[in-house]
Write a protein that binds this ligand. Structure first.
Ligand code: SR1
Ligand code: MG
Length: 399
């Protein structure tokens, strides 16, 4: 059994060499490329080669905070197993895990250097027209195959036990549903929007809705979620899309994954007045709106198509899947609202908003994110697709 140590570049190279059975005649070089909140990530390749290997290692603490916030390294095992499970049912859109070592908390992943992080691509106004629909299909496939539509009772209970992820999902609860809705020292509130944050902390009706969403997140184990499906967890290339970074995954409500992605598209939407002239910003906002429509449309269609083959005669009852999807939509809007708020005033922000240089314009965009997030939470029950479209068109017209 290998003994845990924090990897240096040379360790990542040795790991690749051992797993891939590469002899000393093969020269390898590596660099640390991690820019996420939690782990270290190395890229290892031969000199001059554009394609290599990715080595991801969990540290025993949260990287962006430091050793003061210890965190289980077992998250690497859980992540590798989730990616492998999702890869079985959606290989086209799940990063391939070539190997993992639970003792070293390390895994070897396919190199996606020919892809870009979707968040960065969106910030540079690059368009990947198929990405949203591909993501919808990915979500439908990974949710369906881990749900009661596909697994019998015992198999689903076994999966829930296998993929239990209490430490990471407790962090999600804290940083998405708790801290952003009250004063907490972990929050990161810019002075110009302090007033709006305090208004939100005092909003009892909003907090009751958030309590429901949090409670459902804990108790509604519908499917094996990715658990952190923001635009930084998606790599895109022309015609191609791969989802990475599943360490926050576990069983939960399907609307959570859908809603987190809606939110991250909407955070980009809200950032447009701070990034572009009015006309250009409005054009980009329309693109984000189309992506939300495409994502939901492909998720819904794929899920309905898969459910037609469900082995469970009760769940296959005509009309049930449509009723379920209406609830997933409402859940998604509520979770989208929570994600928008936490990415604006919580511990972990997004570059879409924080990258706006001018503090006045940044604050205006942040205010819109808080307002839109609150409306999604408060009005989720009433907002069907047409009503959401209208709400967003009003936001576009209002700047
Ligand atoms: C303290 S961890 C904060 C966030 O980083 C990760 O990227 C997840 O989004 C998590 O919520
Ligand atoms: Mg991540």
């Amino acid at each position: 059994m290998s003994e845990y140590r924090i990897y240096q570049v040379k360790d990542a190279i040795a790991y690749v060499r051992a797993v891939e059975k590469l002899g000393d005649e093969v020269t390898l070089q590596g660099e640390e490329i991690g820019d996420g909140n939690l782990n270290q990530v190395f890229r290892v390749c031969s000199p001059g080669e554009s394609h290599g290997f990715i080595v991801k290692q969990a540290l025993p603490y949260i990287r962006c905070i430091g050793e003061s916030w210890p965190l289980t390294r077992d998250r690497a095992r859980i992540e590798a197993q989730i990616l492998l499970r999702h890869g079985e049912v959606c290989p086209a859109h799940t990063v391939a895990v070539r190997h993992y070592d639970p003792a070293l908390s390390v895994m070897l992943l396919e190199d996606l250097s020919d892809h870009r992080v979707w968040r960065q691509a969106l910030l540079e106004d690059q368009i990947f027209p198929e990405a949203a629909a591909q993501l919808g299909r990915y979500l439908a496939r990974v949710h369906y195959h881990s749900s009661a539509f596909h697994l019998d009772y015992q198999a689903q209970q076994a999966a829930m036990a296998d993929f239990a992820n209490p430490e990471l999902m407790a962090i999600t609860e804290a940083v998405i549903f708790v801290d952003p809705f009250r004063y907490h020292e972990r929050n990161n509130v810019e002075p110009l929007i302090r007033h709006e944050a305090e208004q939100l902390w005092a909003d009892a009706e909003l907090k009751i809705k958030v309590a429901r969403l949090k409670h459902d997140f804990r108790t509604k184990g519908e499917a094996l979620l990715h658990g952190d499906l923001h635009t930084g967890s998606v790599m895109v290339a022309p015609g191609k899309l791969k989802v990475i970074d599943a360490e926050f995954g576990g069983y939960g409500p399907m609307g959570f994954d859908v809603g987190v992605m809606f939110a991250n598209l909407l955070l980009n939407f809200c950032s447009q007045p701070g990034r572009h002239s009015t006309i250009t910003g409005q054009r980009v906002q329309q693109l984000r709106l189309e992506e939300i429509r495409a994502l939901w449309g492909s998720f819904r269609d794929e899920f309905v198509a898969l459910a037609a083959h469900s082995a469970d005669p009760a769940l296959a009852e005509p009309g049930y899947v449509q009723a379920l999807l209406r609830q997933v939509w409402r859940d998604a809007l509520g979770y989208a609202g929570c994600e928008m708020i936490r990415r604006t005033i919580g511990i972990a922000h997004v570059a879409d908003l924080d990258g706006i240089d001018d503090p006045i314009r940044r604050a205006a965009c942040q205010r819109q994110a808080l307002a839109l997030g609150s409306r999604l939470i408060m009005e989720a029950e009433q907002l069907n697709g047409t009503a959401l479209d209208l709400l967003l068109q009003q936001a576009i017209a209002g700047g």
